[in-house]
Design a protein. Structure first.
Length: 312
């Protein structure tokens, strides 16, 4: 096989992609990792629950990861992958850059997709001033930080009702704001919220206000001129894949959540293509993503071991 063919190309350099790349490099595999765009947790003021790295800034965690990969011989390239395709029984072609002279193609025997998700975020003034410090999207990551505080939940429908009830783990001072759209929320849902004294307001948000110097949210301002005092806000507006590369390859999706389906070895429905991190149907935590990346790499490495080196 040509020296220009990689054992694996990893697309995405978040915790999942870098963890996979590090393990593959330590297996002495020829691995190329593509790094593009900002990570999902770019605005977070600290990664929580990552053993040994609790509170580390996301940029620092990823910078350390990139250094560890390159120190072990892995290659990292900054660029946007625009096309992926199978070109042989055990050969994939990855194109980075726009079509034409600026595009570059690379080939590999295996692929790992670690392209992640994008959160659908509130479209209101003040959001970016507090995002990651007192405005959050993940209770598993940041619920502890709002223990006993006044929390507003922004979202619609029955899914947001469950999301709000889950926050009772940390605080009972909760208000659900539908922003003028209750979705499929039922009267039974409202009654369940009422049992826990969780108010529901249909008002539309005009802006978020607080102390910008400390990134501390203080109030939700509504379009009718009223305001709601609070200490934090969680939003539950949905997510979307950060890329459609999995669709180009024909990877099947999980019927329940719509994310890329993987087996116990992190392999997708397409032979030779693995996926890890937020793109797959498990808890969307940095520590889980890193673990999935490691597992994908371990099983991918095993798939590349020649039969003559295996016990029959």
């Amino acid at each position: 096989m040509s020296e220009q063919i990689f054992d694996c190309i990893v697309i995405g350099a978040g915790p999942a992609g870098l963890s996979a790349s590090l393990f593959l490099a330590r297996y002495r595999r020829r691995v190329l990792t593509f790094h593009h765009n900002s990570p999902r947790n770019l605005y977070s003021h600290g990664v929580h629950g990552f053993l040994g790295h609790h509170g580390i800034m996301p940029a620092e965690l990823l910078a350390r990861g990139r250094d560890e990969v390159t120190q072990h011989g892995g290659l990292i390239m900054e660029g946007c992958v625009t096309r992926v395709e199978r070109v042989g029984d055990e050969l994939f072609r990855v194109t980075a850059g726009e079509e034409g002279a600026a595009a570059h193609a690379f080939e590999a025997r295996r692929l790992i997709l670690a392209t992640g998700l994008r959160d659908l975020t509130p479209d209101c003034p003040g959001f970016r001033d507090f995002y990651g410090a007192s405005v959050f999207h993940c209770p598993d990551c940041d619920g502890f930080e709002v223990t006993g505080k006044r929390v507003v939940v922004l979202g619609r429908g029955r899914e947001t009702v469950g999301f709000t009830l889950g926050l009772l783990t940390w605080t009972d001072q909760l208000t659900l704001v539908t922003n003028g759209d209750a979705g499929d929320m039922t009267e039974d849902d409202r009654a369940q919220l009422a049992r826990f004294k969780i108010a529901v307001t249909e008002q539309s948000i005009a802006s978020l206000e607080g102390e910008k110097e400390t990134c501390s949210l203080r109030r939700i301002c509504f379009e009718d001129g009223e305001a709601l005092e609070c200490d934090a806000l969680f939003f539950n507006l949905g997510v979307e894949p950060a890329s459609e590369l999995h669709s180009m390859l024909g990877c099947k999706l999980d019927e329940e959540c719509g994310l890329v389906r993987v087996d116990e070895e992190q392999q997708t429905s397409v032979r030779g293509v693995y996926a890890a991190g937020d793109l797959t149907p498990r808890s969307q935590l940095a520590v889980v993503a890193a673990a999935e990346g490691a597992m994908a790499a371990i099983h991918l490495h095993k798939s590349l071991i020649p039969d003559e080196r295996k016990i029959s």
